[in-house]
Design a protein around this ligand. Sequence first.
Ligand SMILES: CC(C)(COP(=O)(O)OP(=O)(O)OC[C@H]1O[C@@H](n2cnc3c(N)ncnc32)[C@H](O)[C@@H]1OP(=O)(O)O)[C@@H](O)C(=O)NCCC(=O)NCCS
Length: 234
Amino acid sequence: MGAKAVFAAAEGEGFSAAAAHFRTGPCHVVLVKDVRAEAPEAFLTPDELAAWSALKVPKRKNEWLGGRLAAKLAGADAFFPGVPPREIEVHRELTGSPFLVRRGEKRHISISHSAGVCGGAAGPDFLGLDIEEVAPRHPGWYRDYFSPAESEGRDDAAMTGLWAAKEALFKALGLGLSCDTLDADLSGPEPVLRGKALARWEELGRPTFALEAFDPGPGLQGRLVFANQPPIKR
Ligand SMILES: CC(C)(COP(=O)(O)OP(=O)(O)OC[C@H]1O[C@@H](n2cnc3c(N)ncnc32)[C@H](O)[C@@H]1OP(=O)(O)O)[C@@H](O)C(=O)NCCC(=O)NCCS
């Protein structure tokens, strides 16, 4: 396992939380939990506040808010040092893929939330973050979402890590789970892509990428996928 998240009390305008900041390769990652949003208008933009207020389900409200806070803090660490969260806005492409905007400057990020931990990563354009809770799964989960080589000899924690790796890769590709999980086979040292994932990777200029594990805390698996070389321009 790579970086281990070490949470410490954090406070900013309008919020308090436990936050962990760390770097993996060229990426800045921030995880937050136990977020108390005393004054969300102090760290959200007016459009974000309107979007957040329109959400009805408390769990979704909390993860949406935590994900935005983590992404803004990671964006400040990576690109906009000293800039307060309310001056950095999180947008989403039509695909759902998030990005940051600060005074017209657009930067790529990735967001994930699981079991009360919300994460944001900021870094290269090709970037995907996923956090997953380790849990017993139905036998169909192993059968339907993984190749036999991927499932062989892996326990629940390792399989959850593999799932997080796939999701992180599909987020980096901007696809999310709109593609088949079997489009990426991660059983060997080099990922094997096929179908929609392969087509998208080729469209992006075949970026060379790294897959790193990190430890978000007990019972959780974290994975980050990021470009470690600029894509070939064609
Ligand atoms: C992306 C997806 C794999 C995330 O699955 P998950 O494990 O439930 O959720 P996670 O907490 O790990 O990640 C959620 C975040 O992924 C990001 N995301 C969503 N779609 C994405 C995509 N196509 N590419 C990259 N990131 C994406 C979002 O920022 C989202 O957080 P937010 O909704 O708070 O902004 C899954 O939601 C998905 O593929 N959905 C299908 C596509 C879809 O419904 N798009 C919505 C169009 S508006």
